[in-house]
Design a protein around this ligand. Structure first.
Ligand code: PRP
Length: 222
């Protein structure tokens, strides 16, 4: 079988790191559309961490989203699928090769409507976020506003409600979390979606297979 232009027996395994959760599910659905399946991974009760498709010489593992760029940078995975938010926050040396077009949302500065003017007069405010690097880059490099950044690990919307910070820098998808908590989008930082990332050495050594994968995926991305 010479499906990828090389004899299958000479091929090494290509390893994929997928961010656990919604993104992994969507990624596997998209891979199925281009003939890449991993039956082992569909077993809901399995405690296995790594799944193999012997026929196509592919391996898949699930990792915490923020760890995906780390596995890819060090070459423990050749390819990763992860949100653009994580790519920006982690700042790893990896190639971002494809916007997969799902998991679309926005990184925004949010808060109560009254906080809007605090963003216009360069006031020293507190910004709570799970993404301190993204927040710092936005306020320091784009807005030239000095702020105090407070790192949190989740439920970021709580911060302005209980008085920990004036605003937050967080992901907005439908906007319902903000709405139900009396908060609003004050400024948009950037659009986000799921991206495919590749190890820099793998991109050279496995160029043919990876290029084929990217072009196949492009045909199913609407
Ligand atoms: C994310 C994000 C917002 C929410 C936005 O949180 O941090 O809180 O989703 O979605 P919405 O605009 O559709 O309401 P997530 O559920 O991932 O949990 P977290 O608060 O623990 O980060």
């Amino acid at each position: 079988m010479e499906r990828f232009g090389k004899n299958m027996k000479d091929m090494r395994y290509l390893t994929f790191a997928l961010g656990k959760g919604r993104l992994a599910k969507k990624t596997l659905e998209m891979f199925e559309q281009i003939g890449i399946t991993c039956e082992e991974m569909k077993d809901k009760d399995t405690r296995k961490l790594i799944f193999v498709n012997e026929e196509l010489k592919l391996r898949f593992f699930l990792a915490k989203g923020p760890d995906v760029p780390t596995y890819v940078e060090y070459g423990a995975a050749d390819i990763g699928v992860v949100g653009k938010d994580t790519i920006l926050e982690e700042g790893r040396n990896i190639y971002e090769v494809l916007d997969l077009g799902f998991g679309k949302c926005r990184m925004c500065i949010c808060g109560p409507a009254e906080a809007k003017e605090l963003l216009q007069h360069h006031e020293l405010i507190r910004v709570a976020t799970k993404y301190p690097h993204i927040a710092k880059d936005y306020f320091y490099n784009k807005k030239h506003q000095t702020v105090e950044i407070i790192k949190l690990n989740g439920s970021i919307e709580l911060a302005p409600i209980v008085g920990l910070s004036e605003v937050i820098c967080d992901i907005v998808e439908t906007g319902s979390t903000l709405k139900e908590n009396g908060l609003t989008v004050l400024e948009e930082v950037c659009p986000l979606s799921a991206r495919m990332v590749v190890n820099q050495v793998s991109m050279k050594m496995e160029n043919e297979r990876i290029t084929k994968l990217i072009s196949d995926l492009k045909t199913v991305i609407s």
